[in-house]
Every structure is written in C-alpha cells, then in structure tokens.
Design a protein around this ligand. Structure first.
Ligand code: MTE
Ligand code: MO
Length: 516
C-alpha cells in the first residue's frame, strides 16, 4: 500500500468515527437519553482522577475545563477510529472479503447501538471499542464496495474505489466532513424543535398562588456592579459531573421512588409530587463546596417545592434510620442525616424563580437542603431512600466532607480588583452563612489592621446571602480592602486561608484598587 493509501485509510476511519458519533449524538436528541460514549469516557476520566485535582481543574477553568476535556476525548476517539481503520485495512486482503466485512459491520453497528442504549458509562469503553471497529470496517467498505458508491459518485464501473478516491480525495474528505456537520446541524435542529417540550413550558403547582415575598429594602444604597439579590435562572451557577450534556428526563413518565427502611414504600408522579403535599416557597442561597474565596459558584433563587419531611412521613420511617439517600437519573447520589432531612426547610423542589426547574438545575425535581454545600442538593432526583447506616455519596468517596456545612463567608464585588476610583464611592458585596443568617459584616481598608462595620441590606431570609456596602475612606493611593462576616450564632469568618478540598475554602476576600 502506498503511504497515500495509508493516509487515506486513516482519514476514512476518522471520518467514519466522526459520523458514527454525530449520529449517536443526534440520536440522543431524538430519543431522549441515549448514552453518548465519549461523555461516558470523560466521566470515567473525571471519576478516576483524584477529587482535589478535578476540582482544582474545574474551578480554575470552569466550563473551559469541560470543553478542553471534550476536545481531547473526541480527538482520542476519532484517532482510535483512524488507527483501527488502518489496522483492519492491513489485516485483510482485497475486496474478496467485502461481504464478510459488510456482515460484521452491520453486526457491530447493531451491537454498538445496543451498548449505547443500554449502557451508561460502564460500557462506554467497550462501546468506543466497538465504534472504532465498526468505523474501521465501515471505512474499509467505503473503500471496497461499489454499493457504497453513493458516498462517492465518482466511482464508476471499471474504476477501483481506491483509484476513484485517489482522484477525488479532497472532495471525499470534504463530503465526509460535510455529512458529519450536516448530521450535527440536523441533530441541533431536532433538539430545538423538541425543546418546545422543554421544562420551560411545563406549568407547575402554585403558579397562581401568592407567596410571601419580603419587601425590598429601599434604604440600602444602589451600587453599580453589585450582585443582584435573586439570581436569574440563566445566570445561576451550575456544577455537575455530566460532561457535554445534562440529563434530560421526561416528566410525564418520571417517577420518584420513596423506599428503603420505610413501612410502606411508594412512588410519586410529577403531578402527585405537586398535588399531594403542601407547596412551599423559600428563598435560599446555594453554593458549591469547591467555590474559591471570592469565587462565583454561589447564587440565590426562590425555590418552590414540598417538604421532604411530608414525603417521608407518608412512607413511614422504620426504626434505626440514619441517613436519607438521594439518587439521580445519571447515577449521582448523596445523603444527609435524618435530622437534617426532616427540617422544615429541606425541600423536594420542582420550581425555581416561578417556573419549572430548568433542565440544568435538575428538572423535574431536586433536593434543596439549607446550610449544606451544593453537592448534597441532588438534581434529577429519581429515588429517596432511607438507610440504617452512614451513606457515603459521590464526592464523599472522593474525600470531600460528609458534613459539608456551609462556612461563614463574604465577597467584595465593588470595586473590582485593579480599578481606579474617585471619591466619594462605595464598597459592596455579599456575605453568607448557610442557614445561620448573617449578623454582621466588617471591612478593613488598611490591609487588615483595623475593621469597621458595613451597612447590611435587610435579608430576604436567614437562608440567603446578605448584601453589604461601606463608604470608601478618604485618602489617595493604593488601597487593599478585606472583608469578613459574622453569622447569627456569633461565629466569625475564618481568617486562615484554606483550599476548597475537603471542607470548603476559607480566608478573607481582598481587592486592591487605586483611590484618585
Ligand atoms: N444529580 C446530580 N446532582 C447534583 C450534582 C451532580 O453532578 N449530579 N452536582 C452537585 C453539585 S457539586 C452542586 S454545587 C449543585 C449545583 O446545583 P446547580 O447546578 O443547580 O447550581 O448540584 C449538586 N447536585
Ligand atoms: Mo458543588
């Protein structure tokens, strides 16, 4: 084989793999939940990397980390298709084996889709191997079988496929890429169409009821650049283990199972969840344990749902329950102690800021549990299970805190680091303390030597952050400002700086700016 032929076989294998992936991805849009093998591979990579490293990576690069991982995984998988194609091409003789190849390709493709349908992550490695072999065999067929000349109209009788390809290699590659691109675009179009059925248009219980909203505190200074008190659903931070795409759950067939150490296990439909219990609304700030000091993995929403306590009561808890475990549709799970589970503010939530829970925040239902870091607020909930032992969740197994109590913390939002400001001007930001409420915020404008109290905006609830503001003291030059909060239990924010792993970051947020 000439080196040109070798390269052609490689390209053909890669293009076949890309087409197979695009088809699977598009299939995912059409059929709802088709596991996408490269996503499974990425999840395995994330899963088998030490928790601290993963978090450091994700929190530094945020969604860029996922894009990078996505590009690398796809490059690897497509590369595998190319290599496999070359292997298959070398191993087999010329076209006399084409029929056998056609049969195995068909078989392998069926197997591959079978794997993809059945198998989440655990099978993604074998699925990728099967894809690679299929892609290789497919590539070989394209090169050998006149039947497939659809892919290359320049194939004519008397001309061997390789000859034809040689003469139209560029066009062939362009066509292959075009086909893959077309499939992806088609998939996107279909998904757009299907998204009309998305959670955005699902109506939820309580939409016409009037819930008690705290009146706005109009005395608090209006500062440009301050964090809005309620985060819009689009701006709400999101963190999860799902690379490339969020679980998409059909609420019409969805069931929430309540089981384990209970007297009468039962399950709820989407409708029953909203109709069988008292609906409550609660303003609450959610923050991720991997949030850095000064970081933005924190947001606040008005959550609507039912009390977990009521849901558990209906099943009747057996003696000796220790933890309540939450399981999600994509395999994620975590638990909270029984005492926390039966607090009035621990909710099974279906609404967020007046609309159905968006897909990225756990549609159709999730847990919201105040005072505890985001990871225990399980999204895409499918099962609530009472257990008589201490259950270690997804991140606990990776060394993160099981208690996960939100630390008393604060952040400076205005002015931003490195700015120049003319006086008079103000400082401002947010402070939070899980479910304990913020009592006081202090700022230091001399690098930590002296501290003075900031003005606090009236809180929306004890479960939310509090906005704070303070006048910038007179005096030109470079200014280093620090902030610290105290919660309503009298606990002062920890001054010692620690990394997020394993208990959440601590230390003071600081900004340096120029006073003109
Ligand atoms: N099913 C599921 N639930 C999950 C996660 C996840 O990966 N899967 N991530 C958790 C983490 S680490 C955080 S911080 C919060 C984030 O919720 P949000 O995306 O709505 O902000 O969801 C939690 N619930
Ligand atoms: Mo998190």
């Amino acid at each position: 084989m000439t080196s040109g032929g070798g390269r052609r076989v490689l390209v053909l294998g890669g293009v076949s793999m890309a087409i197979a992936l695009a088809m699977t991805y598009a299939g995912g849009f059409l059929l709802g939940r088709v596991p996408y093998p490269p996503a499974g591979l990425a999840a395995i990579i994330i899963r088998s990397t030490p928790g601290d490293l993963v978090t450091a990576f994700i929190e530094r690069l945020q969604h860029w980390a996922m894009i990078l991982l996505g590009v690398l995984v796809h490059a690897g998988v497509i590369g595998l298709g190319a290599i496999m194609s070359s292997v298959v091409h070398r191993a087999e003789g010329p076209s006399r084996k084409a029929r056998r190849a056609l049969a195995s390709a068909a078989l392998l493709l069926v197997l591959a889709s079978g794997f993809a349908l059945l198998a989440p992550e655990a099978f993604s490695i074998s699925a990728i191997a099967v894809y690679a072999i299929s892609a290789a065999v497919f590539a070989r067929l394209v090169a050998e079988v006149p039947l497939l000349s659809v892919l290359d109209p320049e194939l004519r009788a008397g001309q061997t496929p390789l000859d034809a390809m040689r003469s139209s290699r560029r066009r062939f590659i362009v066509r292959g890429l075009g086909a893959a691109g077309g499939l992806v675009l088609g998939g996107l179009a279909v998904s757009r169409f299907l998204s009309r059925k998305s959670p955005m248009n699902v109506s939820i219980a309580g939409a016409d009821e009037k819930f008690v909203r705290p009146p706005d505190d109009t005395d608090f200074p209006k500062l440009e650049g301050m964090t809005p008190e309620i985060t819009s659903n689009d701006a709400f931070y999101t963190v999860d283990i799902n690379p490339f795409s969020k679980p998409s759950v059909d609420h019409e067939t969805w069931k929430l199972e309540v089981s384990g150490e209970v007297n009468t296990p039962y399950s709820l439909t989407y409708r029953e969840l909203q109709e069988d219990f008292e609906v409550v609304e609660m303003v609450h700030t959610l923050t991720c344990i991997s949030n850095e000091v000064g970081g933005d993995l924190i947001s606040t929403a008005v959550w609507r749902g039912v009390r977990l306590k009521d849901v558990l009561e209906r099943a009747g808890l057996a003696e000796g329950v220790i933890d309540i475990v939450f399981r999600a549709s994509e395999g994620y799970s975590d638990s909270i102690p029984l005492a926390k589970a039966i607090e009035d503010t621990t909710l099974v939530v279906f609404g967020m800021n007046g609309v159905a829970l968006p897909r990225s925040h756990g549609f159709p239902a999730r847990i919201i549990v105040p005072g505890i870091y985001g990871m225990k607020n399980v999204k895409w909930l499918t099962k609530i299970e009472a257990v008589n032992h201490d259950y270690q969740g997804y991140w606990m197994v990776r060394g993160w805190s099981d208690l996960a109590r939100v630390k008393t913390q604060s952040r400076i939002d205005v002015p931003s680091d490195g700015r120049s400001v003319g006086l008079p001007a103000m400082l401002g930001g947010i402070a939070w303390a899980g479910d304990r409420g913020v009592k006081q915020v202090e700022v230091s404008q001399d690098g930590g030597k002296s501290w003075s109290p900031a003005v606090l905006k009236r809180e929306m609830s004890e479960l939310t952050w509090r906005l704070w503001a303070a006048e910038i003291e007179p005096g030109k030059g470079t200014r280093r400002v620090l902030v610290r909060a105290m919660d309503k239990e009298g606990e002062v924010q920890e001054s010692r700086t620690t990394r997020p792993h394993p208990n959440g970051a601590s230390g003071y947020d600081a900004v340096v700016f120029e006073v003109e």
